[in-house]
Write a protein that binds this ligand. Sequence first.
Ligand SMILES: NC(=O)c1ccc[n+]([C@@H]2O[C@H](COP(=O)([O-])OP(=O)(O)OC[C@H]3O[C@@H](n4cnc5c(N)ncnc54)[C@H](O)[C@@H]3O)[C@@H](O)[C@H]2O)c1
Length: 292
Amino acid sequence: MAAIKTVGVIGSGQMGNGIAHVAALAGFNVVLYDVSADRLKSAMATINGNLTRQVTKKTITEDAHKHALARITSSDSLDGLAACDLVIETAVEKEEVKRKIFHDLCAVLRPEAIIASNTSSISITRLAASTDRPEKFIGIHFMNPVPVMELAELIRGIATDDATFDAARAFVTAMGKQIAVSEDFPAFIVNRILLPMINEAIYTLYEGVGNVEAIDAAMKLGAHHPMGPLELADFIGLDTCLSIMQVLHEGLADSKYRPCPLLVKYVEAGWLGRKSQRGFYDYRGDKPVPTR
Ligand SMILES: NC(=O)c1ccc[n+]([C@@H]2O[C@H](COP(=O)([O-])OP(=O)(O)OC[C@H]3O[C@@H](n4cnc5c(N)ncnc54)[C@H](O)[C@@H]3O)[C@@H](O)[C@H]2O)c1
């Protein structure tokens, strides 16, 4: 299999802009696509801002910043991804949205190109089956924020071939990430463990055991977690948290994964956490204020 040189990224939200940023810094050419022109524009500004912060902190040089930015182009159509060796899908955590993307993408992509999904929870085997190349399909699950977190999970679908796995491993390693290999079960390793803990924190709030401040302080100071579970839920995005719990609940058919009704209510309200300025905290003022 030819080496990966050009990487497409579908979805320019918090994960997509992070993946584009780190891949470009590692020397890959990147084509970033989003269905929303506004999201695409703000992603390019975010990447520039985050690279500038790295220069200020002296973790990268001004030259590295300039070259990384020059390696990223944005595209307002999937056609712009036609020449990519690897395309990483990181759009919203909705299976029907991802399946439609893969359907449209396969029509423009070269047959030898690899497709990866950054899904947090959805079956890689099932997503692969919606493409014309299940053997060239793999899960690469980066962590948030991508420039900071050391890990990526690699998940093979039932049909993923060795060449695809080896190419994905080489790519992730070139991005400076450590790898944890996970079997293809709902939510893989990190989120299988992390999300039930977050969901339980939301139940603890729902049942009135503690308020937002008490629950986050308890886990930060009492269990040495760097962020409280509700703060972390807001950071991940409450829509993404809910989707992951739904995949766990349906996929493992165990009531212990039932999404907390309060999480459902916040998502229904459009209170999705930091990205919508309101979740378990309200971020519209100078400092975050608990909403319960
Ligand atoms: N947030 C996290 O902590 C985290 C961590 C690891 C993996 N993930 C996974 O990464 C993916 C993206 O999550 P995010 O947090 O970046 O979400 P986000 O809401 O920040 O961004 C999603 C982006 O996808 C775009 N999009 C929606 N439909 C699209 C389509 N049809 N074609 C192209 N773009 C489309 C949206 O415009 C938006 O810019 C999800 O699958 C999520 O589960 C998230």
